[in-house]
Design a protein around this ligand. Structure first.
Ligand SMILES: [Fe+2]
Length: 193
């Protein structure tokens, strides 16, 4: 269950977003302080409890997909519903939202300059569960086909450490992640078991 929390920072504006806060809040704030970055918002790939720690009391905008908000609504003061292809600015950076349902109905990935934050949609050696409420193996398969069309050099940063490496480029992942190698939904369902 080892979770990853990410901080995406822009050095020119000294601002940052936190992606999927999962650990102790003070640890995240300490890193922001050490890096001299001001927290500008929280980006959520989905609404499962282990990715939204402390979100309800956030003083900054919280971004979650509109589809996911039907199942989980943060109680943060500023809650922004995203949709596919939305772009969020962070100083000189642009963060693009990719709707990738399947693990949950409103899962999204964030694409930032060749870095893809995949939450529980895609792990280094696995994919997200589809047997939880709202999950769908057929829908996840389709989302993975979309991710596979991104450039092979895209660095994938997953929401959990479920693999030999913590993160990996998509091209290498395609070579050993059996779920990405599946050519059909039937084959994919077979691997999911
Ligand atoms: Fe999840």
């Amino acid at each position: 269950m080892e979770n990853f929390t990410y901080i995406v920072g822009d050095r020119t504006s000294a601002e940052a977003f936190v992606v999927d806060p999962s650990g102790p809040e003070e640890d995240i704030l300490r890193v922001l302080r050490d890096e001299k970055l001001a927290l500008k918002g929280i980006l959520l790939t989905h609404g499962h409890y282990d990715h939204v720690v402390g979100v309800d009391k956030a003083e900054v905008p919280v971004y979650l997909s509109a589809a996911e908000a039907l199942f989980y609504t943060p109680r943060a003061k500023q809650f922004i519903r995203t949709k596919d292809a939305d772009k969020i600015s962070l100083g000189a950076l642009t963060i693009e939202c990719l709707h990738t349902p399947g693990h949950t109905p409103g899962c999204q990935c964030f694409l930032v300059e060749g870095n893809l934050f995949t939450g529980d949609t895609l792990f280094v050696d696995a994919v997200g569960r589809t047997d939880l409420p709202g999950g769908s193996s057929k829908v996840l398969f389709e989302s993975l086909q979309r991710i596979k069309r991104l450039p092979d050099v895209t660095m994938v940063w997953p929401g959990h450490h479920y693999g030999a490496l913590p993160h990996e480029i998509l091209g290498d992942m395609k070579k050993h992640n059996p779920f990405l190698a599946c050519a059909s939904i039937a084959e994919f369902k077979n691997y999911l078991g």
